[in-house]
Design a protein around this ligand. Structure first.
Ligand SMILES: [Zn+2]
Length: 80
């Protein structure tokens, strides 16, 4: 992944992992260990298109379970 400067504060972007949450009012879906680029200064987060696509399918899958809370570990999902 190409790392450059943060457009918000000009801080350094670093490869990291974040916890992604979706609350649709019925289910709270938590996706841990989501690969992301995070600004070391202001904490702004960016997610690549391929990761966003994987997140989307995980969220759809999790919603289909109709549970109040669904926790998914991105690093354990087979999304390749
Ligand atoms: Zn920043």
């Amino acid at each position: 992944m190409m790392l450059d400067k943060c457009p918000v504060c000009q801080g350094n972007k670093e490869s990291s992992s974040v916890t992604f949450t979706v609350d649709d009012g019925q289910s709270l879906i938590v996706i841990r260990n989501t690969p992301a680029t995070v600004c070391s200064l202001c904490g702004e987060e960016w997610i690549s298109d391929s990761v966003a696509e994987s997140l989307e399918s995980m969220v759809t899958e999790a919603k289909a379970k109709h549970r109040v809370l669904e926790v998914v570990d991105f690093s354990l999902e087979d999304v390749a």
